[in-house]
Design a protein around this ligand. Structure first.
Ligand code: AVJ
Length: 316
């Protein structure tokens, strides 16, 4: 198997500087991108298999059920996945489009990217598999790839990852993605739907405590990589649905305490929170409006029978 790799050398995040800035704010916050070190990525994979976390299995079922309708829309295109991870969901589409010529995976983690693309190339030997190591959340200076030059490009952005962005930033991301895909392009995007909080909240605060461990792992990571002295046992985790339309996730201090980062003292009062994530939820119409605000045209949308999750097809 053969995979062509383009390394665009995404700038490595300055975790120390970003953590310091975030911890000095009135509302302490750290970007969710820092949740995914090795243990974090493993914990997230575990979340995706939880009974309470309906998102992953529901999206996969939608892709399976409508694979042929989706295939009709994208069969003569180059497929470009944003944040390809382990490149599992794409297999559902590839199985429905055996003639698909080219798949391009974009991911920030070079090692993960290379491994997953090699596995994929072995399973789909007729597919031209191209790996691009880049931070897709930043404007991308896309490499010149001769075989895709004049072809129609369709993006794939599953998992409701867009939910981590505030609506303004989501619009910016969609605009930028539309530009990258170019005229005639399309975007297949998974979006979690608004629903009763009794379903939403357990998905982000499960009985086994995996969601809590996923968030609290950020403290362990800071202790290891930045030399902070967080006592992880002195913090807990809380997630709730804010009716403005998002799940909010926090690490909560159980006591008054002071944590050190280099020579900086970071006080926490009892009950003070450190925000780890927002996860926005959209009704079908809300997301179609968001797409229009980004200059994209909403087309087909597929959902599961319980209306838990949606997959939208937008055109540029
Ligand atoms: C990766 C952003 C889609 O919001 O559902 C899951 C992240 N955090 N449980 C989500 C997450 C805690 C997830 N996304």
């Amino acid at each position: 198997a053969h995979v062509k790799l383009y390394d665009l050398h995404p700038p490595i995040d300055d975790f120390r500087a970003e953590a310091l800035t975030g911890l000095m704010k009135q509302q302490k916050t750290i970007s969710p991108k820092f949740l995914y070190d090795k243990s974090g990525a493993e914990l997230f994979d575990a979340i995706c298999t939880l009974d309470e976390y309906y998102l992953t299995r529901t999206e996969m079922a939608i892709l399976q059920t409508y694979a042929h309708d989706i295939a009709d829309l994208i069969s003569d295109s180059v497929l470009i996945e944003f944040g390809s991870g382990s490149s599992q969901k794409i297999r559902i589409l590839l199985d429905a489009i055996p003639r698909l010529q080219t798949y391009i995976a974009l991911d920030i983690s070079k090692q993960h990217l290379q491994e997953s693309c090699l596995n994929l190339a072995e399973a789909y030997p007729l597919l031209e598999t191209i790996a691009v190591c880049t931070d897709y959340t930043q404007p991308i200076d896309f490499p010149n790839i001769p075989s895709i030059d004049k072809k129609r490009k369709v993006g794939f952005f599953p998992g409701s990852s867009i939910g981590n962005l505030e609506p303004e930033a989501a619009i910016e991301f969609l605009k930028q993605t539309g530009q990258l895909l170019g005229p005639r392009g399309g975007l297949l995007i998974g979006v979690d739907l608004k629903k009763d909080r009794t379903i939403l909240e357990p998905a982000y605060d499960d009985r086994q405590g995996i969601s809590a461990a996923f968030a609290l792992n950020l403290l362990t990571r800071m202790n290891r990589e930045l030399g902070t002295d967080f006592n992880v046992d002195a913090f807990t985790y809380r997630a709730f649905y804010n009716p403005v339309g998002r799940i909010e996730m926090y690490i909560v201090s159980l006591i008054d305490q002071v944590v050190h980062l280099d020579d900086v003292e970071i006080p926490f009062w009892k009950g003070e929170t450190l925000r780890t994530e927002y996860s926005y939820k959209y009704s079908l119409e809300e997301f179609r409006d968001l797409a229009r605000a980004a200059g994209l045209q909403p087309n087909q949308v597929w959902t599961d029978p319980e209306q838990l999750f949606s997959v939208h097809y937008l055109s540029v």
